[in-house]
Design a protein around this ligand. Structure first.
Ligand code: PEP
Ligand code: MG
Length: 594
C-alpha cells in the first residue's frame, strides 16, 4: 500500500529506487557489490564467519563453570539456534546470490528484515529475542571484520555495476553520523532518508555535497519503510513516497528527466566568468571535505576553495589523529588539484554534531556536557590541544609552498583567541624554518559564526586578513536553534531580521576595512539568497560545487548596483522574505523593461 512520509528537504532532486535499511549503529558496515564469479567465495566467507561464531559459543558453553546460572547456558543455546536458523543464514545467502551484496551487507540487510518481524510479535518473550539476534549478527560481523583484516578485499572482486537490476538504491537509516556519511561519498546510493537531522546538520551538508536527493528529520521513516520497498525521494518537497502507484511513479520519472535536462543546461555555464550585468566580478568558490573533492570543484567552474572542512580528515580513524605528514600530503593534494587557485583550509572543527570517533581527554569531558554546540568545539578544542593545533598549522603552512593557501579559523568569539592563534603561528613558522621546510605567506581569516564575533567585527578585522561568514552556525547561535534538531527546524530561519542585520553589517564592516569577506554557509549555495547577498555587497561566495551553476545563473542576471538600492527596505521589513521576493520581482520586471 502506498503511503508518504514527510521530512525536511535538504538536497534537491528526485530519486527513485529500492530502500536499503541500515541500522544507525551499523552504517559503518561495508556496502559493495561483488562480481558474479565471487558469489560462491562470498557465501563461503559468510558461512565460515558463522561457523567461527558457532565454535566460539560452543567453547564458551563447554567451559561454563558447574555453578554458572542455568540461564547462561540457555542463552547460549538460543544464540546457537539462531546461528543455525535458515531465516538468518539461508536468507543471507539469497541476498548474496540475487543482489550480489557483500557478506556484511547481506547479513545486516537480513537482520533488518528479521528485526522488523520480531518487533511485530505479540509475545513479549519472543519480541525480546531481537536483542539476541542482534548480538549474534554483531558477532558474525566481528568475525567477518577479523577475516577482512587478514585478507583485505581485493579491488578486482568489487564491482561498480548495480546488480539490483536497473534499480537504484536509496539509503534509509534512523541517523547517519557525518563520519559515516563520508563512507557513502561516491557510493552506490542514489539518495538518503533519515529520521533525524535538520537542514544544516552535517549529514545534510554531506548529502548536498554528494549532490543526491535527501530528506532528513522524517522521524519514523526507518520504522515505516521496509527493506527493498520501492521509494521515491522528493528532495525539493521533503517528501518520501513509499510503494508509489504507477501514475505517481510516471510523474516523478518525468520530473527526474526534466531536472536532468535543467542540470545539463546549467552545466554549460561552467566556463563563463561570474560577472554581473554591471560588470562586478563575483568569486564562486567551493566547499570541500576531502582533497578528492577538489577535481569536482574545478570541473564545476569554482575559482578556488573557500572552505576545506579539514575535520573530515580526522574522522573514521579508530583512535588515531592524522599525523603532520599525512595532513600535509592531503592539503598539498588539494592545493595542487586547484592549479594555482586559492585553497582556504579551515582548522579542525569537531564537536557538536561532528564528533570524532576517538575521544581525547578533553572530548570525553565534552561528551558529558549537556550542550556540546556551546562546548569545547572548533578553535576552543584546538587551543585546548596545543600540540595537535601546531601539528595542523605546520601541515597547512608546508602546503603553502605548493600554491596559494589561506588559513581559516572556526568559531572565534574572543580577541584573546586571535592573540593565541597569532602566537602559535609565529612559533610554528620558527619550527618550520628551523626544520628547513619551505612555506610562503598565508592569509589568516576567521569565521563569523557567533553573534559576538559579528558584533565586534571592526575589532577583529584589525588582526586578520579576511573573514568568512558561516551562516549555518551564525543562524544557530543567533536564534538559539540547534541546527541538527528536527523538532526546532521550523524556527531555523535564515530570513530572520536579526540574522539579516548581522549578515549585512558584517559584510559592510569588512568592506569598509578593505578586507575580503565571503559567505561559506549554506545560504551562499542557495540561489534564493543570491540577489539578497549581492545587494548586501557580497562579492565572494563559497558552496558545494554542484550548487555553483544555479548561483552563477542568478549572478549573470543581476545588476549588483541596482539590487543594493532595495536592501534598506528588506532590512527594515517585518517580513524580510516577502519584501525581498517583492523587491526582487520588481527588479526583474524593470530589467526586462530596460
Ligand atoms: C557554517 O557554520 O556556516 C559553516 C560553514 O561551518 P560548518 O557548517 O562546518 O559548521
Ligand atoms: Mg560552522
Amino acid at each position: 500500500m502506498s503511503f508518504q512520509v514527510f521530512g525536511i528537504p535538504v538536497s534537491r532532486g528526485v530519486a527513485i529506487g529500492r530502500a536499503v535499511l541500515v541500522n544507525s549503529s551499523r552504517v559503518d558496515v561495508a556496502h559493495y557489490f561483488i562480481a558474479e564469479d565471487r558469489i560462491e567465495a562470498e557465501i563461503a566467507r559468510a558461512v565460515s564467519a558463522r561457523d567461527e561464531v558457532v565454535r566460539e559459543l560452543e567453547t564458551l558453553k563447554a567451559d561454563l563453570p558447574s555453578d554458572a546460572p542455568h540461564e547462561l547456558a540457555a542463552l547460549l543455546d538460543v544464540h546457537l539456534m539462531l546461528l543455525h536458523d535458515d531465516a538468518l543464514t539461508g536468507a543471507t545467502k539469497q541476498w548474496i546470490i540475487e543482489r550480489h551484496y557483500n557478506a556484511e551487507w547481506a547479513l545486516s540487510a537480513q537482520l533488518e528484515v528479521l528485526a522488523r518481524q520480531f518487533d511485530e510479535m505479540e509475545d513479549d518473550y519472543l519480541r525480546e529475542r531481537k536483542a539476541d539476534l542482534e548480538q549474534v549478527v554483531e558477532r558474525i560481523l566481528g568475525a567477518l571484520a577479523r577475516e577482512q583484516g587478514r585478507n583485505p578485499v581485493d579491488a578486482a572482486s568489487v564491482v561498480q555495476r548495480d546488480f539490483a537490476g536497473e534499480d537504484p538504491l536509496l539509503l534509509v537509516a534512523a541517523d547517519i553520523a557525518p563520519a559515516d556519511m563520508m563512507q557513502f561519498k561516491r557510493s552506490i546510493f542514489h539518495g538518503f532518508i533519515t529520521d533525524i537531522g535538520g537542514k544544516t546538520s552535517h549529514t545534510a551538508i554531506v548529502a548536498r555535497s554528494m549532490d543526491i536527493p535527501a530528506v532528513v528529520g522524517t522521524r519514523e521513516a526507518s520504522r515505516l519503510i521496509r527493506q527493498d520497498d520501492w521509494v521515491i525521494i522528493d528532495g525539493d518537497a521533503g517528501a518520501v513516497i513509499v510503494d508509489p502507484s504507477p501514475i505517481v511513479l510516471e510523474e516523478y520519472r518525468f520530473r527526474q528527466r526534466q531536472s536532468e535536462l535543467e542540470r545539463a543546461k546549467l552545466a554549460r555555464l561552467r566556463h563563463k566568468p561570474a560577472l554581473t550585468l554591471d560588470g562586478e566580478h563575483i568569486e564562486l568558490h567551493a566547499n570541500i571535505e576531502m582533497p578528492a573533492d577538489a577535481p569536482a570543484a574545478v570541473e564545476a567552474g569554482a575559482t578556488g576553495v573557500g572552505l576545506f572542512r579539514s575535520e573530515f580528515l580526522f574522522m573514521n580513524r579508530d583512535g588515531e589523529l592524522p599525523s603532520e605528514e599525512e595532513q600535509f600530503v592531503a592539503y598539498k593534494a588539494a592545493v595542487e588539484a586547484m592549479r594555482g587557485m586559492p585553497v582556504t583550509i579551515r582548522t579542525v572543527d569537531v564537536g557538536a554534531d561532528k564528533p570524532l570517533d576517538r575521544m581525547s581527554a578533553h572530548e570525553l569531558r565534552h561528551e558529558h556536557v549537556l550542550n556540546p554546540a556551546m562546548g569545547l568545539r572548533a578553535i576552543r578544542w584546538s587551543l585546548a590541544e596545543p600540540s595537535m593545533f601546531r601539528q595542523q598549522l605546520r601541515a597547512i603552512y608546508r602546503a603553502s609552498a605548493f600554491g596559494k593557501v589561506r588559513l581559516l579559523i572556526p568559531m572565534v568569539a574572543h580577541l584573546s583567541e586571535i592573540r593565541q592563534i597569532l602566537e602559535t603561528i609565529k612559533k610554528v613558522q620558527q619550527q618550520l624554518t628551523d626544520a628547513g621546510h619551505a612555506f610562503t605567506k598565508v592569509d589568516l581569516g576567521v569565521m563569523i559564526e557567533i553573534p559576538a564575533a559579528a558584533v565586534m567585527l571592526p575589532l577583529l578585522l584589525r588582526h586578520v586578513d579576511f573573514v568568512s561568514i558561516g551562516t549555518n552556525d551564525l543562524i544557530q547561535y543567533t536564534l538559539a536553534i540547534d541546527r541538527a534538531d528536527e523538532s526546532v527546524a521550523h524556527l531555523y530561519d535564515p530570513w530572520h531580521p536579526a540574522v539579516l542585520q548581522l549578515l549585512a553589517s558584517s559584510i559592510a564592516h569588512a568592506r569598509a576595512a578593505g578586507k575580503s569577506v565571503s559567505v561559506c554557509g549554506e545560504m551562499a549555495g542557495d540561489s534564493a539568497f543570491t540577489f539578497l547577498l549581492l545587494a548586501m555587497g557580497l562579492r565572494s561566495f563559497s558552496m558545494h560545487p554542484s550548487q555553483i551553476p544555479s548561483v552563477k545563473q542568478r549572478i549573470l542576471r543581476a545588476d549588483a548596483g541596482r539590487l543594493s538600492s532595495y536592501l534598506a527596505d528588506v532590512l527594515d521589513s517585518d517580513d524580510p522574505q516577502r519584501s525581498a521576493e517583492f523587491a526582487f520581482a520588481a527588479y526583474r520586471t524593470e530589467s526586462k523593461l530596460q
